[in-house]
Design a protein around this ligand. Sequence first.
Ligand SMILES: Nc1ncnc2c1ncn2[C@@H]1O[C@H](COP(=O)(O)OP(=O)(O)OP(=O)(O)O)[C@@H](O)[C@H]1O
Ligand SMILES: [Mg+2]
Length: 278
Amino acid sequence: MSTWIGIDTGGTLTKLAYMNDQQELTLTVFPSNEMHLVREWLEKHPQVEEIGLTGGRTEQLRDVLKTMKSIQYIVEFEATLKGVRYLLEKEGHSISQSIITNIGTGTSIHYMDGNSHQRVGGTGVGGGTLIGLATIMTGISDFDEIKSNAFEGSRDGIDLLVKDIYQGMDTPIDGNLTASNFGKVGITEQREFDQNDVLATTQGLIGEVISTLSIQLAEQHNTDHIVYIGSTLIDNIQLKKVIEHYTILKKHKPIFLQDCGFSGAIGALINIREHHKI
Ligand SMILES: Nc1ncnc2c1ncn2[C@@H]1O[C@H](COP(=O)(O)OP(=O)(O)OP(=O)(O)O)[C@@H](O)[C@H]1O
Ligand SMILES: [Mg+2]
């Protein structure tokens, strides 16, 4: 039986989705600046006949793979949406209309309605921003370390809440909302901050920017659900909490997918299967 693989080569990470003869899905990831690892992986899996390829670094990966295998290219947003539809069904979510927010290196936002979809927005604030700000501010650049340290941190001494401004008064909006991310720093004397607190606050900023934009787009398109995907969310408890809290507060329904980083790779794989009418 022919075997195929889907590859999504993004700004930071290259994701592989491979299905063996027993129809078991294997998901693997490599840094996009070490593309030779993809070539080596393929050399170890000679049974793979065809590659479904997507993502912004497709041409660079094509150069590395040369004419090793037959390649079927699919536009990134098409692949992502195919993968999201597959994962929604697999993970038991029966929704057909939703905002899809992909928190990759940057963030891209889509509106899905049945089988159609369109890109409706985006922001340069994403997983790359997290790594960039964390590295500059704390010297920590490892994603796993950033996540676990952020989980231990507190935003209380750095973010300015609405209730911090409206002291002793009724607040015009929910007092627990962030009035200004990092805003307490400019109006207090403290100049030394705990690294974990800085990381937690950075994730707070990123999560709130992304969810606020996603919520506005959900309102514009009259849709309740927002599906958040992208490798930035992988095992990232604190970031998910920030996004979930804001989304629910604004009366929308957040959905997090288990295999959140692999929508594009899975979509590129599904695309070949469809091509072969399997
Ligand atoms: N092993 C890892 N190494 C580095 N970053 C990681 C890792 N795992 C998760 N991340 C986080 O995920 C982000 C990349 O997410 P994702 O793989 O969805 O983006 P991408 O597809 O590479 O980028 P884009 O879609 O914007 O081109 C990184 O910026 C980082 O925050
Ligand atoms: Mg991507």
